[in-house]
Design a protein around this ligand. Structure first.
Ligand code: NAD
Length: 468
C-alpha cells in the first residue's frame, strides 16, 4: 500500500515507513488470519506477563509508585484475565454472524464475516502504562492484525521494559514497539495505518484524528474528561465513602475513570466529608504520603499542575505535597468556583472537589451543561433516584453504588462519548474494533427470476412491488 511520509515527519528526520511496510508485508502473507497464530500469540503474551511479573511490578513501582496490589489488580491481573476471556471466546467471535435473508434474495445466505483490518497503531498513556497499551494489543491480535505499539514516554521504566520484552516473546514480523515522545508519535501518525487506537488527552486526540483523516484511517479515541459522582443523602454512607475513596485515590487519582468531583445536596456535604476523611484514614492511615499503598504523581510537571489547582479554593482536607517522591496527599476542596481551573479542567490527580446543589435535578443540569464525561457515578438507596440520573445524563459508562467496577466485566464495552472519546474495547467490543465486519451474501444459481431484469413492463413492476 502507498505509504508516503508527510512533510512534517521528514522534517523531524524520523521515519517509520519501513517498519509499517515490513509489518504489512507479513500481514499480506495471511499468517495473522490463522486462528492458531492468534492463540499462540495470546499465549506468548500471557507467558511474557507471568514470567516477568517481578520486573513489571518493579517498573510500575518506579514509574508511579504503584503498590503491588494495585498493579496486580489494574495492570497485570487485568491483562491476564483479558487474555483468558479472549482465548475462551475467540472461536465464537471469529465465526460468521448470520442474519436472515429477505425472500427477494432466496435462495441465499446472509452474514457478517469478521476480518482483520491489517496493520494498526496503538498509542498508550502513562497512568496505566501496561494495561492501556497491551489490552488493545490483545484485541488487535485476537482480530488477526499486525501492530505497532507506542508506549507513553512518561512511564519511562515500563516503556523500556515492554520494548525489551515484546521482541523476546512475540512474533516480531507482526509487532514492533516504538518508544519515544511527540516526534516519534508525529512520525508514526504520518504513516498510513489500517486503524489507530489512541489513549490519552483530548488535545492530542485531535492531533491523532487530524493525522488519521489524511489517510481516511479509522480511529478509536479513548480520552478522558471530568467524571462526576452524585451522592444522594439517602445512601449507605459508610460503603459510599469507602468505594468513593477507593475509586478516587487508586493510583493517586490518575485514573481516567476516577470520580473527578462529587455532587451532593446542600446540608449533606459536611456529613459526607467527615465520612470520606474517616475512610481515607482507614485506607491510607493518618499520613497517606507515608503509606506504601499510596501512589506517586507521574512527574514534577504534573505535581505543579495539581498544586496550581489549590490556588484560591477552599482546601478542607489534605493538600500536603512531597516534592521528592513526587506525591500529593488525598485532598478535598469544598465548593470551588465553577469557573476555577479545577472545575474547568480534568483533575487527573488526588484532589476531590465537592459541589453542592439544591436538588439532584440541579446536579443533572450541572453535568449536562458540560462536555460528556467518560464515566458517571451515583450513590443512593433509592432506585428511582439512580434511574433518573442514568436516564437524564449521557456518559461513556455509568456505575451506581460503586466506582470503576464496570471495568471488571469484559462483557461491557469501554469507551467514551462526545469529548470523552469514540469507539470502545474490552472483550468482544475490542475484537470488533480491530475487525471489519464484512457483509456477505451468498447466492445460488437456482431461481433466477425474470422480472428483475430489463426490459421492464407493467407486469414485471407489479410483481416486483409485491416484494418491496
Ligand atoms: P500521555 O502524555 O502519555 O500521552 C498519550 C500518548 O500520546 C503518549 O503515547 C504520547 O507519546 C502521545 N503524544 C503526546 N503528544 C503527542 C503529539 N503531539 N502527537 C502525537 N502523540 C502525542 O498521556 P496524557 O495525554 O497526559 O493522558 C492523560 C489523559 O488521558 C487524561 O485525559 C486521561 O483521562 C486520558 N486517559 C484516558 C483513558 C481511557 O481509557 N479513556 C485511559 C488513560 C488516560
Amino acid at each position: 500500500m502507498p505509504n508516503r511520509p508527510s512533510l512534517h515527519a521528514v522534517e523531524s528526520g524520523i521515519c517509520f515507513v519501513d517498519t509499517v511496510e515490513k509489518l504489512t508485508t507479513s500481514y499480506t502473507t495471511g499468517k495473522t488470519r490463522s486462528l492458531d497464530w492468534r492463540k499462540t500469540q495470546l499465549l506468548a503474551l500471557k507467558r511474557l506477563l507471568e514470567e516477568n511479573q517481578h520486573d513489571l511490578l518493579k517498573a510500575l513501582k518506579k514509574d508511579l509508585g504503584k503498590c503491588e496490589t494495585e498493579a496486580m489488580v489494574a495492570e497485570l491481573g487485568f491483562l491476564l484475565s483479558d487474555i483468558k476471556h479472549t482465548l475462551k471466546h475467540l472461536d465464537k467471535w471469529v465465526r460468521p454472524r448470520s442474519v436472515s435473508t429477505p425472500m427477494v434474495a432466496w435462495p441465499g445466505k446472509s452474514f457478517q464475516q469478521p476480518e482483520p483490518l491489517g496493520t494498526v497503531l496503538i498509542i498508550g498513556a502513562w497512568n496505566y502504562p501496561l494495561q492501556l497499551l497491551l489490552a488493545p494489543y490483545i484485541a488487535a491480535i485476537a482480530a488477526g492484525n499486525c501492530a505497532v505499539l507506542k508506549p507513553s514516554e512518561l512511564a519511562v521504566e515500563t516503556s523500556s521494559l515492554i520494548a525489551t520484552l515484546i521482541p523476546q516473546y512475540m512474533d516480531t514480523s507482526c509487532v514492533q514497539v516504538i518508544e519515544g515522545g511527540k516526534e516519534e508519535s508525529t512520525a508514526l501518525l504520518a504513516c498510513r495505518w489500517d486503524h489507530i487506537f489512541y489513549t490519552g488527552g483530548e488535545a492530542v486526540g485531535k492531533i491523532v484524528m487530524a493525522a488519521a483523516a489524511r489517510h481516511l484511517t479509522p480511529v478509536t479515541l479513548e480520552l478522558g474528561g471530568k467524571s462526576p459522582c452524585f451522592v444522594d443523602k439517602n445512601t449507605n454512607l459508610a460503603v459510599t465513602a469507602r468505594r468513593l475513596v477507593w475509586g478516587k485515590w487508586m493510583n493517586a487519582g490518575q485514573t481516567c475513570i476516577a470520580p473527578d468531583y462529587v455532587i451532593v445536596e446542600k446540608g449533606y456535604e459536611q456529613t459526607l466529608i467527615e465520612a470520606i476523611k474517616q475512610e481515607i484514614n482507614n485506607q491510607y492511615g493518618e499520613a497517606p504520603l507515608a503509606s506504601r499503598d499510596y501512589g506517586n504523581i507521574i512527574n514534577q510537571r504534573h505535581l505543579k499542575r495539581l498544586e496550581s489547582y489549590m490556588d484560591n479554593v477552599n482546601v478542607v482536607f489534605g493538600g500536603e505535597v512531597d516534592e521528592a517522591r513526587p506525591a500529593m496527599a488525598p485532598t478535598i476542596v469544598l465548593e470551588p468556583s465553577h469557573e476555577s481551573p479545577i472545575m474547568k479542567e480534568e483533575i487527573f490527580g488526588p484532589i476531590l472537589p465537592i459541589i453542592t446543589v439544591n436538588n439532584m435535578d440541579e446536579g443533572i443540569k450541572f453535568v449536562n451543561d458540560r462536555p460528556k464525561p467518560l464515566a458517571l457515578y451515583a450513590f443512593s438507596d433509592k432506585d428511582d433516584v439512580l434511574d433518573h440520573i442514568i436516564q437524564r445524563t449521557s456518559s461513556g459508562s455509568v456505575c451506581t453504588n460503586d466506582t470503576m467496577m464496570f471495568m471488571t466485566n469484559p462483557e461491557l464495552p469501554f469507551g467514551g462519548v462526545g469529548n470523552s472519546g469514540m469507539g470502545s474495547y474490552h472483550g468482544r467490543a475490542g475484537f470488533d474494533t480491530f475487525s471489519h465486519l464484512k457483509t456477505v451474501m451468498k447466492r445460488s444459481f437456482a431461481l433466477d427470476v425474470f422480472f428483475r431484469y430489463a426490459p421492464f413492463s407493467k407486469l414485471k413492476l407489479s410483481i416486483l412491488k409485491r416484494f418491496l
